[in-house]
Design a protein around this ligand. Sequence first.
Ligand code: ATP
Length: 254
Amino acid sequence: MYELTTDSPPLAHSVLRLDALRKSYNLDLPTEVEVLHGINFEVHSSEFAALIGPSGSGKSTLLNIIGLLDQPTSGELYLLDRPTRELDDERRTALRRESIGFVFQFHHLIEAFTALENILMPLMVRHGKPGQEQKEWALHLLESVGLKGSHGKKPSELSGGQQQRVAIARALATRPALLLADEPTGNLDTQTAASIFEMLRRFHKDFSCAVLIVTHDPRLSETCDRTITLVDGHIIKDHRHAQAPQPSRVDSET
Ligand SMILES: Nc1ncnc2c1ncn2[C@@H]1O[C@H](COP(=O)(O)OP(=O)(O)OP(=O)(O)O)[C@@H](O)[C@H]1O
């Protein structure tokens, strides 16, 4: 039986490190257009961070690179201290599946699957047909997102907020070290958005996973421990809020 433990959380460690990361697009122009201009930052397991910035500043491009869905043009991305640029497709996919959970603005649940089957999906991709232990884990996650009893419901039978809860449970099914969320509340009303944020924070604590959330909502980003601001492909501000957990002894050695 899987169990969540919150006692004695491990010391914070580096989950993500970006080193001089650049991204250009070749738009059939004589020259490439660079949209990320040398991005450097590090995120530790103890951090619940927001990535903000105006439309077109490069947030989604950056999140796709961090999520190993896209490649930088130059620079390096370290995931759990492992450099990722030289990985072949197979290893890149394996690392993504084992280390990263994604939550998107539109939940991308599979309509033909029940809530439980959607949560089991990432486990099935990795391990094949789910066993009893995995089903119990998925049920536990479903209960943790406040949807006990909804295991047999299809996405269309759930509200927008409930669908997003299922998407969060699915993202956490593999216990990722890093949870990436791209406008996870962009499609929700203010109250539901706040409750989804609270839920993400609770899981951040329970799972000791680093969280990086792209949001346009300043009220929500202010509730994060840290806000990284991207403008025109540059990080112009990287602010740890007063209440934020300070980098641990391990962090300061790196
Ligand atoms: N596949 C692509 N090909 C060419 N240019 C692209 C591509 N994807 C993004 N861009 C450009 O890169 C820049 C950054 O786009 P991106 O979508 O990352 O911004 P964003 O901050 O996420 O915007 P929004 O908040 O509106 O989603 C924009 O100028 C965009 O036009």
